[in-house]
Structures are given as structure tokens and as C-alpha cells.
Design a binder for this molecule. Structure first.
Ligand code: GAP
Length: 467
């Protein structure tokens, strides 16, 4: 089967409760989406997989959870206030607004009856810089009355890590190299959001800042690129839909000397193979830029202090070499929402049933599946079957996310679970009342095993691990 388009995933998401348009009953809000009951489980499973892998299963990374709103000076010294901009142009003819850096040529990209467009007589303004940070105020004042009340919603979670570098270092007694990980919401007033949850103004990031000696940074950078490529494969994403992109100098953010993006094939329907891929995550070498920027003692190339406002110096003292320096930082930064989308697109498949009906199967890795087991009674009008099924559900739910469903015939119930990626369905039938055994159906093969209820938990645990 050919790869599904994002549109196919939008429909599935809405129909089954993965993702809903935000503020829908008021006509929606441009490019804003809410996770529904299944989407929140999938996103949580992805975040847990990331956290477990980095923070729990290694011994060189700590976790942290910092504020979305920080002192405005954080964004002054991080460079975001001055440089986190998109260059915009307006078309005076069609009133469209476009990112100047995304235009292939300096003319309006719209071809419509209202715009002369495509180069000849369209009327574009000069590019001007638009800062992407959302502004708000702290306290019962407006920014006009009291400019010091102005604050920003963070556009990356990373800065919360840099400004806590010393706190983490002092409290955990870490030695280089070590990392600090954080998962949380970020906000960017994107000029051209779109493509479902691919680019939104509010989104969630999973970021890790890995601090090291400058001489080790290039090697460690490459190790994290390789490790994350493998991590996405381990999430079940197929290799052919993943690709690396070495950012060109004009693509690099103001803080990076090298950045490699991991791309996913988000747009399989595009004829140009290169255009099918877009960014899933970026892995940057941020050098010592951020720690120096936030340090009271750091000086620029002219010997002038970079930051007269900071009260701390974020340098590191190596007790073995007796050397004091600002560590370099390697930053693997992934989007939760884009990972959810990539995982769903990659898991999507269709299969014909024996009756010739098209069935959707979401072949999610079991650890990511929102629901692990569905318990289904074959006859809902038979109280003994229903109560046995409910008792099995109650028992299984202590170990796995389990649901009970009797709201349709068994064929439909199976189809519903396949479509949301539930790895196993457990069916209680008339025979179960006699032999205390149930049928376990595999989502991917539709094969069925008969298992005694006393062994069911053990059986599912083993099979879920393999899937
Ligand atoms: N701290 C580095 C940083 O923020 P980034 O490449 O701008 O780097 C990292 O963002 C990841 O966050 C991206 O690869 C993407 O997955 C996600 N992301 C960024 N902007 C996004 C947006 N507007 N909507 C959804 N995800 C976004």
C-alpha cells in the first residue's frame, strides 16, 4: 500500500479521537489542535519512551522541568529577542503574507484570480523582521504602562536548562560529560503554520542538552545523531522514511556551528522525492554560546563583559586538569507532535477483510499503542459472558491499559481496535464459561490463540514485549 497522506491521518484522528481541532465549537483557531483520549495516550507513551531511554536507562543524564515564562533577560541574552525572527513580505495585490526566505523568487507565490502573481505585476513589500515569540505581561499591568512587565512564552525549552546548569551541577555533583533533559510546551507565533500538527504555534518539545569538553564536542555530536536515528527506528519508524539533512550555513540558528536534522517523509504524495521529507528533529552543536551568554564573567572578543545582568558564572572547573572553561553543548531537540504524526503515518496500513471490506490497521509498536488489550464479549445479552469479560478486564487493567467494549458485533469491535492500534483483543465466548479459556486475536496477523485465563496475563506480557 502507498504511504498515507497527512490528510488520511487527520481523518482517522478526528474519527477515532486522537486529535481534534482546537476551539472547534467556536469555529476553531488557526492551526491549533487538541489531543483526544487516544492521542494523549500515544503522546505520553512517546514521551515516556524518550524519558526512560535518556534519563532512566543511562547514568549521565538528569531530568528537569522549568517554567514556560522566565525573566525577559533570559531571552535577551539567549539572542532570541534580537534574532528569533522570520523575514516577512506582504503582497499588496492579494494581501497574502509570506516568508521571504521561503520564496523561490521575489514574487508573490499565489496563483489566484485576485493576484496577478507569479512575477510580473505583483506588488511585494520589502522584507521586514517579525519576532516569533509570544508576548504577555506579568501582573495586573499592561506592557504599555509598564514595559518591565513584558515577558515571553518560551520558544524553546532549552533555555530553562542552560540557566539551571549550575543548580543541576551543584546538586547532583556531576562531572562532564553529562546531559539535562526536559519535555514541555513551547510557543512560536509561526507565520505559516499548517499541515495538521506538523507546524503549530503551540507545541511540545523533548530537548536534551549534553554538556562536554569543547575538544569532545564534534565526536559526541555525531554519536547523538546516530543514536537518535536508531531511536526513531526503534519506535517502529521504517528506515526508508527517515533521512539526515546537514544544515547549510544560512539555515543554522544563531547559536549553532553545526546542525543535522532527522527528516521524516511527511509528504509522500509530493512528486519530488526531496520535497517529501521535512524536519522531525534537529541535533545541534551549540558550542559554549548559551552558557557564556548567561554568565556574569564571560567576555566577548574585545574583552567586554557579555552579560552585566547575570548573577552567576556558568563555567565549569575540571578538578583533574585544574582547567576552568565553558562547556560545549550538543542538543538533540525533537518535537512531540511531529513524532506522534510520524509514528501514526508509519504505522498506518490497510488490509482487505475476507468479506472484501477495507480495514485500517495501525501497526503501532505495542509500547506506544494507546490501548494494549481490548476485552470483548461475544454475546452481550448473556450475563455470564459479560461478567466474565468484565472480570478479566478488571484484572488485566492493573498491568496493561485495557478496555472493555460490547457496543457492536464482534467483527466491528475487532475492526475498531485494529484501527487504533490495539495489539491484542481478548474474546470471551460460550465455550469460555466451560473451559475458562479465551481467544486472543493478534492485530497484525488476525491469528487467534486459545489461552487459559490463568495464563492470560503472562501470555500477553510476553507477546506485548515482542511486538
Ligand atoms: N532548542 C532547539 C530548537 O528548538 P528547533 O529545530 O527550532 O530547535 C526542535 O525545534 C524541534 O521542535 C523541531 O525539530 C520540531 O520537531 C519541533 N518544532 C519546532 N517548531 C515547531 C512547530 N511550530 N510546530 C511543531 N513542532 C515544532
Amino acid at each position: 500500500m502507498s504511504a498515507p497522506s497527512i490528510e488520511t491521518i487527520v481523518n482517522l484522528s478526528k474519527r477515532r479521537g486522537f486529535v481534534f481541532p482546537a476551539s472547534e465549537i467556536y469555529g476553531g483557531l488557526s492551526s491549533a489542535w487538541d489531543f483526544g483520549p487516544l492521542g494523549v495516550e500515544l503522546a505520553n507513551n512517546i514521551k515516556n519512551a524518550w524519558w526512560r531511554w535518556l534519563v532512566h536507562e543511562r547514568d549521565d543524564i538528569e531530568g528537569i522541568d522549568t517554567c514556560i515564562i522566565q525573566n525577559r533577560l533570559v531571552w535577551k541574552y539567549s539572542g532570541h529577542e534580537a534574532t528569533f525572527n522570520d523575514p516577512l513580505v506582504d503582497c499588496r495585490t492579494c494581501k497574502g503574507r509570506f516568508r521571504y526566505d521561503k520564496l523561490h523568487e521575489y514574487h508573490c507565490p499565489r496563483e489566484s484570480s485576485t493576484c496577478v502573481g507569479k512575477g510580473k505585476e505583483c506588488d511585494l513589500t520589502e522584507p521586514r523582521q517579525f519576532n516569533l515569540m509570544f508576548k504577555t505581561t506579568v501582573g495586573a499591568v499592561s506592557a504599555e504602562d509598564d514595559p518591565s512587565a513584558l515577558v515571553y512564552l518560551r520558544p524553546e525549552t532549552a533555555q530553562g536548562i542552560f540557566i539551571n546548569f549550575k543548580n543541576v551541577l551543584d546538586t547532583t555533583r556531576r562531572k562532564l560529560p553529562f546531559g539535562i533533559a526536559q519535555i514541555g510546551k513551547s510557543f512560536r507565533n509561526e507565520v505559516t503554520p499548517g499541515n495538521f500538527i506538523f507546524r503549530t504555534r503551540e507545541f511540545e518539545q523533548m530537548e536534551m542538552e549534553y554538556f562536554c569538553h569543547p575538544k569532545d564536542a564534534a565526536k559526541i555530536h555525531q554519536e547523538w545523531i546516530d543514536a537518535f536515528l536508531q531511536w526513531f527506528k526503534d519506535l517502529g519508524i521504517s528506515e526508508k522514511n527517515l533521512k539526515l539533512h546537514e544544515q547549510t550555513p544560512d539555515e543554522l540558528a544563531h547559536y549553532a556551528v553545526r546542525c543535522v536534522d532527522i527528516l521524516y517523509r511527511f509528504f509522500p504524495e509530493r512528486p519530488d522525492e526531496k520535497a517529501q521529507f521535512d524536519e522531525l528533529m534537529g541535533i545541534a552543536n551549540r558550542t559554549d554560546y548559551d552558557l557564556r551568554q548567561h554568565s556574569k564573567k564571560a567576555v566577548d572578543e574585545h574583552g567586554n563583559r557579555i552579560n552585566p545582568d547575570s548573577t552567576e558564572d556558568l563555567s565549569y572547573f575540571d578538578p583533574v586538569t585544574q582547567e576552568r572553561f565553558y562547556p560545549y553543548c550538543i542538543e538533540p531537540a525533537a518535537g512531540v507532535n511531529r513524532t506522534v504524526l510520524a509514528v501514526m503515518m508509519d504505522a498506518y496500513s490497510e488490509k482487505m477483510s475476507e468479506r472484501g471490506e477495507k480495514r485500517v490497521i495501525l501497526k503501532l509498536k505495542a509500547s506506544l499503542a494507546p490501548i494494549k488489550v481490548a476485552v470483548l464479549p461475544l454475546a452481550k445479552n448473556k450475563p455470564e459472558i459479560v461478567s466474565m469479560a468484565k472480570a478479566i478486564k478488571k484484572d488485566l487493567m492493573k498491568d496493561f491499559r485495557t478496555v472493555y467494549d460490547d457496543t457492536a458485533g464482534i467483527g466491528k469491535l475487532y475492526a475498531r481496535q485494529d484501527e487504533i492500534g490495539t495489539p491484542f483483543c481478548v474474546t470471551v465466548d460460550h465455550q469460555s464459561l466451560e473451559d475458562n479459556a479465551v481467544t486472543v486475536r493478534d492485530r497484525d496477523t488476525w491469528e487467534q490463540d486459545r489461552i487459559n485465563v490463568s495464563q492470560l496475563g503472562e501470555y500477553l506480557r510476553k507477546r506485548l514485549k515482542e511486538k
